[in-house]
Write a protein that binds this ligand. Structure first.
Ligand code: ZN
Length: 1027
């Protein structure tokens, strides 16, 4: 009775197809140029990822002209897009019954033929996994059968009754059995079933009348939400569509998913006036603007009407554990600038429903980017402890706070079931403070968004609340910002959560897809260096054009690759081919910019030079003094603040103080004036700090010991490492060690460690000549040939240091985490994220482990453990197989964790570059710096040109006259810090700004100097307006 008539096959539905070659995704214009061949329902199309364009000629039969609702039903078990005959994309389709209806336009009821096109993508909403397990690597040979292509006259009464009985049935099942509301639901269902007569259309009306007794009479339209009965709404429904920018499909498919999903929403809004839809990720809006101008205009119109809400303020829904502080800043800068320039306003709510944990400085950073609200829900997936709050104030390391709401329905892809509405109250954990909540509904992850079913169900849920009660009152028509506006009034009464929102799941994502993570670290370093140097050159030389477009391209690529399934390593192999290409572009563009800068400076990057001809490039904001190798045979001392440091001759120390020697069978000693390292059996059995007169390695223990674990998570292979992997620890014995380097400035030993028949590690442990005043460290570089299955490789450092907390570098700060398993909350952090260093210190002394490309770490008791490589087989069957180059260092230090570690970690990631030529031409003094008496915990991290400077701007927002430089300084150790910024530039005004470079207040500037005074872990941005 659902269908009053169906027309399929010729002459009503005529089908032709053109199969796009290989995995190409041609545009409409390209596609329609080709010759189409006849096809029919029942034919198969493929393979996976291929595209097929259908020409569909529809002729509505006379007898259906007066039907109340006419739809095209198209189901090929894959994704599709309906296009008009002249190339306008109208609506997305998802097979398997997910979204198979397209409402035929009125003008099609004229007895004539009408042509549309359907673009078929040979992938499902969740890609092309074989069988039922969507995270298995995609099957390259999937074929899809066109099951259905028919004109259907729908009986709206039957459809409405179907939703009626669904929801009243849910009420009968899910309301408490001792409630009259449940009994009445059950009784209503029975009455409907008794009144229903198969084949009798009038009985549908009778049945609906009975349903009305439960819902009230207004559920057939948005009017149901206008009912005023003195009750306040509790649950606020917001349509949403989570589209992973890449995951089980590549970027190229995401671009189409965006167009399909958002077209659907524009269409649905025309039919459901209550629908408000929020969607994040500026990148996706940019793709739409570039590739689908028709849909873009449609979306823009809905944004202007206040129905379609750009949200989140960031470039993508990025990972927050691994990106550097500056990367997080750029996520906001690029995101908010896109929104502001295209929609006239910035976002107020930071939106990361699906990201795998939230680093501790986010409240500060998103606040500085104009957002003081945050939405997530991912912590509901915690596998050990239940997160205790729904609505709370989340406090950053520096004390800034934002309101955080975690929708109690515990999903961002709700199907808008009765149960979702019910759980929005029953799972609410902060009801003492505020009872309201958001219900984020709509098909997601693979895109889609709300369907008409969702909207119909919610109308009925509202009807139940108003007519029967018990179900929390759901409301539609508000924005997320409206919801937070009301919460804000009560913010003082909310409980607080300090520091990171650690996600107790997906702990493997700090390690999986090592190459991608290494590229992220490297790209962040390159961009930092280039922006600094390009700024200096562009101020010095007006004819030099600050390469803003190139920087934008590079940043947008890096930011996109920080997407929460890309950088964490949870995507399919295709996505990493894509991100490799993107990083290639970043490094190639970076090299060109660097070459240009060198040309401007009259220098060139070289691999070998001599002391009189050479220089070292230091892009870090402090004086460095290091021994650098300037040729195969020669080393020099580079000293100065840079950016261009002079070289001086390196006078080899006495051999008694610096050497490598064999002291026994497979036992070696490397020694400089500060450290004495004993390597026995390939491991460090002693590390003696001669200055502090202290042994670092506990007696009988071995540092730099490789260990391997079975790594078999319960389900999410690329994502999860489970606590029980720790029980499978196995030490890898090493082969013979030999002295591999014995130069006046550096000595090394090399060891080969077999992992299995296929895999091995070649490890070089080095000690450089110590430089007075600089803390020496033991450097390790390894080459790993890795061909394992579900194994986890780590390297251990037992240290003679005692503390209940270890410290880990995070974005713009340090996060402390327990070194014990006292409580389940402590134990849950058995694998954590760090950036360039992890540190275990006690009063007076400590040890830092530096790394150049790793993010996973664990410290238990006095055992520090750096995570190196994993080998999951899903969703990428080849993740991390092959060769890896990894560097780390053991840095003992006097005193507790301090600027020595922070600086050495930067230096370790930013080795001095050797330059030659142009002596005297180069800038030898930094044009902007922190004075030498500034507190050492201050880090001048970023130097860049102002976004809207007239000689820099690309015109997206109004330009500003003159030239400016942006400086970002943060306090890196967690204490108040003062300093003075000195500049030789001709500065006329200095302002403190937010991250978006809005000037907040003028800063006193005199004699080329201004003072900075930062709170613990504060991030401060200044704008220097040049004369
Ligand atoms: Zn996601």
């Amino acid at each position: 009775m659902m269908k009053e008539g169906v027309a399929s096959g010729e002459p009503h539905v005529k089908l032709w197809v053109w199969d796009a070659p290989d995995q190409t995704r041609p545009t409409f214009d390209e596609a329609v140029k080709h010759e189409f061949r006849k096809t029919r329902v029942g034919e198969w199309f493929g393979p996976s990822w291929s595209t097929h364009w259908f020409k569909v000629v529809l002729r509505v039969p006379m007898e259906l002209h007066d039907s109340r609702l006419l739809e095209l039903h198209w189901d090929a078990n894959n994704e599709g897009m309906v296009w008009t005959h002249d190339g306008k994309p109208l609506q997305g389709l998802t097979g398997g019954g997910e979204r198979v209806e397209w409402v035929l336009p009125k003008e099609f009821r004229d007895g004539k033929e009408h042509t549309i096109y359907v673009e078929m993508a040979c992938n499902g909403m969740f890609g092309n996994a074989p069988g039922g397990d969507s995270i298995q690597p995609p099957d390259p040979n999937k074929y899809f059968k066109l099951d259905k292509a028919e004109i259907v006259a729908v009986n709206p009464d039957a459809r409405a009754l179907w939703v009626d009985i669904w929801i009243i049935g849910d009420a009968a099942r899910e309301f408490p059995q001792d409630s009259w509301e449940q009994h009445r639901a059950l009784k209503t269902c029975n009455e409907i079933i008794e009144a229903f007569e198969l084949g009798n259309k009038d009985s549908l009306k009778t049945c609906r009348k009975i349903a009305e007794s439960y819902f009230g009479s207004d559920v057939n339209s948005a009017k149901v939400y206008d009912i005023k009965n003195g009750k306040e709404p509790i649950v606020f429904g917001i349509g949403h569509c989570h589209i992973d920018s890449c995951w089980l499909w590549p970027w190229a498919e995401t671009k189409r998913k965006v167009a399909r999903s958002w077209s659907n929403q524009c269409d649905l809004m025309d039919r459901y006036p209550e629908l408000n839809f929020a969607c994040s990720q500026a990148q996706q809006y940019k793709w739409l603007k570039q590739l689908y101008p028709y849909v873009w205009e449609r979306v823009k119109k809905k944004v202007a009407e206040g129905r379609f809400h750009p949200i989140g303020g960031s470039w993508v829904e990025h990972d927050t554990n691994m990106p550097s502080g500056e990367s997080l800043v750029r996520q906001f800068l690029y995101g908010q600038r896109f929104y502001e320039s295209n929609f006239g306003s910035r976002c107020q709510t930071f939106w990361l429903p699906d990201t795998f944990g939230y680093s501790s400085q986010l409240p500060q950073l998103c606040r500085l980017a104009g957002m003081n609200r945050f939405l997530t829900q991912k912590l509901s997936w915690n596998n050990i402890n239940k997160f205790p709050h729904t609505t709370f104030n989340w406090v950053a390391l520096d004390g800034s706070q934002v309101i955080c709401h975690m929708p109690p329905a515990e999903t961002y892809t709700a199907e808008a079931h009765f149960g979702d509405v019910k759980r929005s109250l029953s799972q609410h954990k902060s009801m003492d403070q505020d009872v309201t909540s958001l219900l984020v509904f709509g098909k997601g992850d693979g895109g889609g968004g709300p369907t008409w079913q969702h909207l119909e169900k919610l109308r009925r849920c509202r009807g139940i609340s108003d007519n029967v009660g018990l179900l929390p009152r759901v409301h539609m028509g508000n924005s997320v910002d409206d919801f937070f506006d009301k919460l804000e009034l009560k913010a003082d009464s909310f409980v607080t959560w300090y520091g990171e929102l650690y996600f107790e799941l997906h702990r493997g994502t700090y390690t999986t897809q090592a190459n991608n993570k290494r590229n992220n670290r490297k790209a962040e370093t390159v961009l930092r260096d280039l922006e600094l140097l390009a700024t200096i050159v562009s101020i010095k030389n007006k004819s030099y054009k600050y390469p803003k477009k190139e920087f934008d391209d590079m940043w947008e690529a890096v930011l996109l690759c920080q997407f929460h399934d890309c950088l964490p390593g949870s995507s399919i192999e295709m996505c990493y081919d894509d991100s490799d290409e993107m990083y290639d572009m970043v490094f190639t563009t970076g090299k060109k910019i660097m070459d240009d800068i060198c040309k401007q400076m009259g220098v060139s990057e070289v691999t070998s030079t001599s002391v009189p001809d050479g220089m070292a490039l230091n892009t870090l904001p402090w004086e460095r003094k290091e021994v650098v190798e300037i040729s195969e045979s020669e080393a020099a001392v580079a000293c100065g603040e840079g950016p261009f440091m002079k070289l001086s001759y390196f006078n080899p120390p006495l051999t008694a103080e610096f050497h490598a020697r064999q002291v026994g069978r497979d036992a070696f000693v490397l020694e400089n004036t500060q450290l004495k390292v004993q390597v026995t059996g390939g491991c460090i059995t002693s590390l003696y700090d001669k200055v502090a007169q202290r042994e670092v390695i506990p007696e009988g223990q071995k540092a730099n010991q490789y260990v391997i674990f079975d790594d078999k998570p319960l389900y999410w292979q690329a994502w999860d490492v489970e606590v029980y992997h720790l029980d499978t620890r196995r030490e890898l014995p090493s082969g013979e060690t030999r002295i591999s380097e014995s130069k006046p400035h550096r000595v090394s030993v090399t060891t080969r460690t077999d992992i299995s028949k296929e895999s091995y590690i070649e490890t070089v442990i080095s000690l450089s000549a110590a430089v007075d005043g600089e803390q020496s460290y033991v450097e390790v570089s390894s080459r790993v040939e890795w061909h394992e299955t579900m194994k986890f490789l780590k390297v251990e450092f037992p240290v003679d240091v005692r503390n209940t907390e270890a410290s880990y570098e995070t974005a713009f700060g340090i996060v402390k985490r327990p070194t014990h398993y006292n409580t389940s909350w402590d134990m849950a952090k058995f694998e954590v994220c760090c950036h360039k260093f992890a540190d275990l210190s006690e009063h007076g002394y400590g040890v830092s482990i530096l790394n150049d490309s790793k993010y996973g770490f664990a410290t238990v008791g006095n055992l520090m453990r750096l995570s190196l490589l994993r080998s999951p087989k899903a969703p990428d069957a080849h993740a991390d197989m092959g060769t890896h180059h990894i560097r780390w260092a053991i840095l003992p230090h006097s005193g507790s964790l301090g600027s020595t570690t922070v600086r050495k970690a930067y230096e370790f990631n930013n080795p001095l570059k050797i330059l030659s030529g142009g002596a005297g031409v180069a800038v030898s003094e930094r044009p902007v710096k922190l004075s030498s008496d500034s507190d050492k915990s201050l880090v001048l991290d970023t130097v860049k040109r102002g976004e809207d400077d007239e000689d820099v701007s690309r015109g997206e927002l109004p330009t500003e006259k003159g030239r400016s430089v942006i400086l970002r300084i943060y306090e890196s150790l967690g204490g108040r810090a003062r300093g003075t910024v000195q500049t030789t530039w001709d500065v006329k005004k200095v302002s403190a700004t937010n991250l978006l470079e809005d000037e907040l207040e003028e800063v006193a500037f005199e004699g080329g100097k201004f003072k900075v005074d930062l709170k613990p872990f504060e991030v401060a941005t200044f704008k220097l307006q040049l004369a």
